[in-house]
Design a protein around this ligand. Structure first.
Ligand SMILES: [Zn+2]
Ligand SMILES: [Zn+2]
Length: 269
């Protein structure tokens, strides 16, 4: 019924609890999950989850916050993107939230890393999973400059304004809502959720982070994406089933269909 479009099941606190996590998913009718890669070092472990379970898929990418890790080349991304069950490039993007005393001008390395990911998406035809925090203007500018309308994907864990959502939608991207949507004081985000058309919405947990109400502060898990769906349904004044179906269909259109249509991506599932 539900899909968690963004979770970090390769992280040790979740990987160690896999049978329990999968059982909770089943009970909550969360049928599928996309396991997100954040470093090349982590890729094999994330990818192994997708190979081991027929309702998990994986991405390949290096998160903008990760420093002191292997810097991905285009070839690094392409070789991994060609493996079975790898359905997206990311998570990638820009994050100026923790500059640690640096200026935005000093973050050219982050913008270059983002460009390499956009090129990989362009070459493979795979969607991009975009992370943007305190950097929406540059994120959109780099995307327009490098992507030239040839890439699509999702702005994950969306916390930006309605104007940014409008631009992302105009570029053909989807918007993914996380547990933040369930927070009572997230008024601006509630407005964004009402604004984004249902056929462009995804839901996610970003596990282990950002557990939704009533689990706020706990270690998040894919089963709890149902609470994000419930809040989205409430905000849009729609039945829960309609939101569940639409977000699942959107997920399939964006991610899994790629696997069926591209000859370069290994065995179809
Ligand atoms: Zn992120
Ligand atoms: Zn993430």
């Amino acid at each position: 019924m539900f899909v968690d479009s963004h979770c970090h099941l390769g992280f040790p606190e979740l990987a160690a609890r896999m049978p329990e996590i999968r059982q909770a998913m089943e009970q909550a009718q969360v049928d599928r999950a996309l396991c997100i890669c954040t470093t090349l070092e982590e890729f094999d472990e994330v990818h192994a989850l997708a190979l081991a379970h027929d309702n998990f898929w994986s991405t390949v990418g290096v998160h903008p916050d990760n420093e002191g890790v292997r810097e991905p080349t285009l070839a690094d991304l392409l070789s991994r993107a060609a493996l079975p069950r790898v359905v997206a490039i990311g998570e990638t993007g820009l994050d100026y939230y923790r500059l640690n005393g640096r200026r935005v001008e000093d973050m050219a390395w982050q913008r270059e890393r983002f460009r390499v990911h956009i090129r990989a998406a362009s070459v493979t035809g795979l969607p991009l999973v975009i992370h943007t925090r305190s950097a929406s203007e540059d994120t959109l500018a780099v995307l327009k400059d490098e992507g030239r309308a040839s890439v699509r994907g999702v702005f994950h864990c969306f916390t930006e304004t309605r104007a940014v959502a409008r631009e992302a939608l105009d570029l053909g991207f989807m918007i993914s809502f996380s547990g933040i949507l369930t927070f009572r004081n997230a008024h601006e985000l509630h407005e964004v959720a009402r604004f984004v058309p249902l056929d462009r919405c995804l839901i996610e947990t970003d596990s282990p982070y950002l557990a939704p109400v009533p689990f706020r502060g706990k270690t998040n898990q894919p089963a709890w994406v149902a609470h994000v769906a419930a809040r989205l349904a409430e905000l849009k004044e729609l039945p829960l089933e309609a939101v569940a179906k639409a977000t699942s269909d959107n997920f399939e259109n964006l991610f899994t269909r790629t696997l069926h249509t591209s000859a370069t991506l290994g065995e179809p599932v």
